[in-house]
Design a protein around this ligand. Structure first.
Ligand code: ADP
Length: 261
């Protein structure tokens, strides 16, 4: 595998599971020291243990709730103490709330989903972009969702946060261009892992994932299948790498063509 991130430091929020964990593993395979941030500290540790077991670069797990600004500031201090600088930030931590129309959504659920998805992205950027700004440039990749650009029933709360992330991406790209920091987003469509298959476990879960990620497993997109987290990680790592040197302010749909049918 290429070594696009040799000796770089990459911080990935929500690094304990799914897209975030796959992104941590890929960044490490390509040479980065990874900081896996997750409010589930054990899962972040597991990601980092796997990197070290594979002989990957020295990496760090930090238990942090991205919606808590003072905790995010402490996390950034720890990253600064340990590595001194950051090259790439992947704002991936996110939650879903029970699907409901706005007329039925309560204030607590709005607070939760806005705090984690939107303010979490803002807080991590606020405290980590200054560490990217060491003169050598760098990149921020925000994980949005195809839902940001879709009209669909019952997803107003989640989609509003993801639409906000896309808007924040546009404007952050302007704010940080002078520092040679590119800011982009990816919008995943349907991504599936064993974790997402409810009470299916072990072999049954793996077979379900195999079926859904094989052509014919989904009629939601042109490729007729769900994505694996590694396929999102590949797009995120491209945007984080110097190969994407002329991309900033864009939102790349990684959805098997779902957004154009
Ligand atoms: P996806 O399919 O988008 O990868 P997951 O739910 O599998 O979604 O992963 C999201 C990750 O984000 C999980 O590891 C979860 O623990 C983490 N996460 C969710 N909320 C927060 C938060 N407030 N702070 C830090 N990590 C969070």
């Amino acid at each position: 595998m290429s070594q696009r991130f040799q000796n770089d430091v990459a911080v990935v929020t929500g690094g304990g599971a799914g897209i975030g964990a796959a992104t941590c593993r890929r960044l490490a395979r390509e040479g980065a020291h990874v900081v896996a941030v997750d409010w589930d500290g054990e899962s972040a540790e597991e990601t980092v243990d796997a990197i070290h077991r594979d002989g990957g670069p020295e990496s760090l797990a930090i238990e942090t709730d991205v919606s808590d600004e003072s905790a995010v500031a402490e996390m950034a201090d720890r990253v600064d103490e340990r590595f001194g600088a950051v090259d790439a930030l992947v704002n991936n931590a996110g939650i879903r709330v029970d699907p409901k129309p706005v007329t039925e959504a309560d204030e607590a659920s709005w607070d939760r989903v806005l705090d984690v998805n939107l303010k979490g992205t803002a807080f991590c950027s606020k405290h980590l972009v200054p560490l990217i700004d060491d003169g050598s440039g760098g990149a921020v990749v925000n994980v949005a969702s195809v839902g940001a650009g879709w009209a669909r029933e019952n997803w107003a709360q989640y989609d509003a946060t993801k639409g906000g992330i896309v808007s924040m991406t546009h404007d952050m790209a302007c704010d940080h261009a002078d520092q040679d920091i590119r800011v982009n987003a990816v919008s995943p469509g349907w991504v599936i892992t064993e974790y997402h298959v409810g009470d299916r476990t072990g072999q049954a879960a793996r077979e379900f994932v195999d079926e859904k990620t094989t052509r014919g497993g989904s009629d939601e997109n042109i490729l007729e299948r769900a994505a694996k987290p590694d396929e999102l990680a590949a797009a995120i790592c491209f945007l984080a790498s110097d190969e994407a040197s002329f991309l900033t302010g864009v939102n790349v749909p990684v959805d098997g063509g779902a957004s154009v049918i």
